[in-house]
Design a protein around this ligand. Structure first.
Ligand code: 3PG
Length: 205
């Protein structure tokens, strides 16, 4: 899974508001070969959305904003294949290790990263990336944590994401900038997946 995410380089963050949009969403992700999505536990629809998006087996669906063991269990029961947390949450990490599931704990400081590595974790979320020093901070942290890879999220945008991706310690970038519900509305003359298509082509160029 880590290898695949490193190839795709984008982890779309999505908070479900309407389950009827999910078929369209899946279609757009497949069409653009971004077969990853992180569905956040920030809405009541997180569990059913994970279930629905996992059903076809075409996407690698993860759960985000997982702050409790209960949420992690619900996510896994509904088909989540990886877990993302905004912080280092021991009970979530221990559960994922036991389930042999990739887990990306949120880190921002050397202390956070150290705690994550003590569980054997080699890829951490760096959050909120823009507030905690962005690329400059990741470069500095990669000195002592030379064997850790980062998944920055928080304040990443269409304007700066390729700068992040040039750094070898960064496995992929995540965020809400990758998907927007506008994508589900076909504007006249503009394909619904235009934004995602552009991001993917920026990576390839
Ligand atoms: C996260 O949980 O990773 C962040 O809230 C994403 O931040 P963004 O909305 O700025 O991408």
């Amino acid at each position: 899974m880590y290898k695949k995410i490193e190839e795709v380089k984008l982890l779309p963050l999505y908070t479900a508001t309407d389950l009827t949009l999910l078929d369209r969403l899946e279609e757009i992700l497949i069409k653009n070969e971004v077969r990853f999505i992180e569905v956040t536990f920030r809405s009541k629809l997180a569990a059913p959305a994970i279930k629905k998006l996992s059903a076809s087996g075409e996407l690698i669906v993860g759960a985000g904003t997982v702050r409790t063991l209960e949420e992690a269990k619900i996510a896994v029961e509904n088909g989540a294949q990886f877990i993302v947390s905004p912080a280092v949450v021991p009970e979530v990490i221990e559960y994922c290790i036991q389930q042999e599931l990739p887990v990306f704990p949120g880190t921002a400081t050397p202390g956070d990263i150290q705690r994550a590595t003590e569980y054997g974790i080699k890829v951490v979320k760096f959050f909120p990336a823009d507030i905690y020093g962005g690329l400059k901070a990741i470069k500095a942290l990669s000195g002592p944590f030379y064997d850790v890879k980062f998944l920055p999220t928080g304040g990443i945008s269409q304007e700066n994401f390729t700068d992040y991706l040039q750094n070898d310690s960064i496995i992929a970038v995540g965020g809400s900038f990758i998907l927007s519900e506008d994508m589900f509305r076909e504007d006249e003359g503009k394909p619904a997946d235009e934004n995602l298509r552009q991001l993917v082509s920026q990576i390839k160029n």
